[in-house]
Design a protein. Structure first.
Length: 398
């Protein structure tokens, strides 16, 4: 079951929201409804789900409805109609007390403007949500210290916000949200006010943090590069409606409309697509040290390849064997691969962007091995597959 489920959500500001919703159903545009009723359609029939542990990005241009949508999830803005279900409970039917419990126990929010309290220290800001919950001072401070270390602010506990840079203030806001250990983190344009270099740094830190804590995050942004970099999936909005939901690769390579295609046409795909997206599963491997050069040659011959990777019995990469070396070993009656196993091979992680693969691929003609943190072989990459993937989107960028 999805942790967040949104069904047919509408939010219409102004007069006659019911009549405005009826006009939407009849095919009237957002501008026509504004002109006739002085009503603004902010969210138009939005439906989506967010899985537990997913970083789900909602993006769109200014006025697309993304910030209104995220505030409907915890009812900081009351939806006009539709359903929001979180962990099986229907938020849109909750009374005041149940809603307060939801906001205190399950959901935290990080805003664009930092929203830190200027009269509180970094430690007090971070512990604020825990104080609202009624935790004793010692316990909440201990948790706040741990969270500040997690976001890189160890040693800054007793400083005040006016002594911090913008990026540090945003870290305080993030720490305060994380300290309560929420199931769901809502981030509304959280990095938009930061300088470009600090913004990239915060994006990288969020990715690393997510790999550690695995929170369910709904992240709002107007920046496509940011969405493609951090999102597991992306919902693209226009005029209050969601026009496409997909992975970064799906958004880039299979735009659902002319609007989406126009939106992504200037993206440098080599900076977004990753090794995992272009790798191919190895069609054959040999097990070292069990298999010898004859087994390696037979596997290469049967699969029409001129080299083969060697792995151990846990599929951890050991090296690569070339056909000419295996043939020579057979002629010399060698029984194992020890003398011909080339261990000096290039490896990359699944999340390595294509831009970083080019120099490795150009250094030699051997395929790249994609491995996990335990050096297990996940896939292989050849130069042709990289160029083919870039060409799918209309050619490689300069």
């Amino acid at each position: 079951m999805s942790l967040i489920e949104v069904n047919n959500l509408f939010k219409i500001f102004g007069k006659n929201p019911t009549k405005a919703q009826k006009m939407l159903a009849e095919g009237y545009s957002k501008d026509q409804i504004l002109s006739k009723l002085q009503a603004t359609v902010a969210v138009n029939d939005a439906s989506f789900t967010v899985e537990q542990g997913e970083l789900f990005v909602v993006m769109g241009l200014s006025g697309s409805g993304k910030s209104t949508l995220i505030r409907c999830l915890n009812r900081l803005i009351e939806p006009t109609s539709g359903r929001v279900i979180i962990d099986g409970a229907e938020v849109t039917k909750m009374d005041h007390n149940a809603l307060q419990d939801l906001r205190r126990q399950k959901i935290s929010m990080v805003f664009q403007g930092f929203a830190v309290f200027p009269h509180m220290t970094v430690l007090e800001n971070t512990a604020y949500g825990l104080k609202i919950r009624g935790l004793p001072l010692k316990e909440r401070n201990q948790k706040a210290y741990e969270t500040l270390e997690m976001v890189g602010l160890k040693g800054w506990e007793n400083y005040y916000p006016d002594q911090l840079s913008g990026g540090m203030k945003q870290r305080v806001g993030l720490a305060r949200a994380l300290a309560t250990e929420p199931d769901i983190l809502l981030m509304d344009e959280a990095f938009s006010a930061l300088d470009p270099l600090i913004r990239k740094e915060m994006q990288n830190e969020l990715i690393q943090l997510q790999n550690t804590v695995r929170r369910t995050i709904v992240f709002i942004t107007h920046d496509l590069d940011e969405a493609l970099k951090i999102g597991d999936r992306i919902a693209l909005m226009k005029d209050g409606a969601i026009v496409q939901i997909g992975t970064p690769e799906e958004i880039l390579m299979n735009p659902a409309s002319n609007y989406v295609e126009k939106f992504v046409e200037d993206v440098d795909r080599s900076r977004v697509l990753t090794a995992e997206m272009v790798m191919k599963k190895p069609i054959a491997v040999v097990t070292y040290p069990k298999d010898g050069p004859r087994v390696a040659l037979r596997c290469m011959r049967e699969n029409g390849i001129s080299s083969i990777f060697a792995v151990d019995n846990r599929f951890r990469l050991q090296g690569i064997v070339m056909a000419e070396d295996a043939l020579e070993a057979v002629e010399q009656n060698q029984k194992d691969l020890t003398q011909i196993l080339n261990r000096d091979i290039s490896t990359v992680k699944p999340d390595t962007i294509l831009k970083d693969l080019f120099s490795l691929l150009s250094q030699n003609n051997l395929p790249l091995a994609v491995v996990d943190n335990e050096n297990r072989l996940l896939g292989i990459i050849v130069r042709g597959s990289v160029m083919a993937k870039l060409a799918e989107g209309g050619g490689a960028d300069d």
